[in-house]
Design a protein around this ligand. Structure first.
Ligand code: SF4
Length: 273
């Protein structure tokens, strides 16, 4: 990847090293700047893909929940949007201003999955707004990725952003297991419709939902997991990074790992043709 002067300035502002496609795929080319922590290698990507996270037992869904999930798994994008907008499957519908469906191009190669809407997301109806959203935007922009629905960028530079939970928990409390379970079919369907090349799971509850793992982010990051066949990389939530800026470098390494995975997927599709 060639870095524009704007992208380089952006990374320097964030205290992050440059990521290069050439550096990530050639052992002869040195990394431009030493990373604060070692970035995972392509070899590690392949090796780690076979090492799933420890699984946490989820309670079995009730038959009615099974029927609801089955009805959702055939919806197209417009019908799915309508279903989320009208959803009353958990108590959060009583206190939300509006559900937050997600934003981005419907054929984006990247999917970012966060946790639950906060106050601003609940007000604006869009995930990752405010200071945490701005940090995410800067990190994505440094990889030439955009969340915008419209624009000239190819699908490989598009990101679809969604939350695990579509409605804001009151006073931003932690999501409850039954709320996560009730909302899961919407995320499952979003992923099935999007068919992303890579999923970036941000934060504890996104990771718990997607990997059914109770392990901390620090133990799960740095390798490639799988969610229903889609490569998944774990990283810190931007809100956490705002409170713990020392971990921004690790988050950047995670994005670089996800970029390697997405690039490999594109190359694989081209080779299969
Ligand atoms: Fe429905 Fe999900 Fe909102 Fe609960 S959080 S009401 S399951 S959309």
């Amino acid at each position: 990847m060639r870095w524009s002067s704007r992208q380089q300035a952006m990374l320097q502002t964030m205290g992050l090293r440059l990521w290069s496609r050439a550096a990530s795929t050639s052992s002869k080319t040195p990394a431009p700047t030493p990373a604060p922590t070692p970035a995972p290698t392509v070899t590690a990507v392949a090796a780690a893909a076979a090492a799933p996270a420890a699984r946490r037992e989820a309670p079995p869904p009730a038959p009615a929940a099974d029927a609801r999930a089955a009805s959702i798994e055939h919806l197209d994008w417009p019908a799915l949007r309508e279903a989320v907008a009208a959803c009353q499957a958990c108590e959060l519908h009583r206190t939300r201003r509006q559900p937050v469906f997600g934003v981005g191009h419907e054929r984006a190669h990247w999917m970012v999955v966060g946790e639950a809407p906060g106050e601003q997301e609940d007000l604006q109806g869009e995930p990752f707004v405010g200071a945490a959203g701005e940090l995410l935007e800067r990190m994505l922009a440094a990889l030439a990725l955009r969340r915008a629905v419209q624009g000239p960028e190819p699908e490989a530079q598009r990101v679809f952003i969604a939350n695990t939970l579509k409605c804001r928990p009151p006073r931003n409390r932690n999501p409850q297991p039954e709320e996560l379970q009730a909302c899961e079919p919407f995320l499952v369907r979003q992923i099935a419709l999007l068919q992303p090349r890579v999923i970036l799971a941000m934060g504890r509850f996104a990771i718990q939902s997607l990997l059914q793992s109770g392990e901390p982010v620090g133990k799960l990051r740095g390798r490639v997991h799988r969610y229903r066949g889609v490569p998944l990389v774990v990283t810190y939530h931007p809100a956490y990074l705002l409170r713990n800026p020392a971990d921004k470098a690790r988050a950047w390494d995670d994005l670089c790992l996800a970029a390697q995975v997405a690039q490999q997927a594109v190359q694989q599709v081209a080779a299969d043709r």
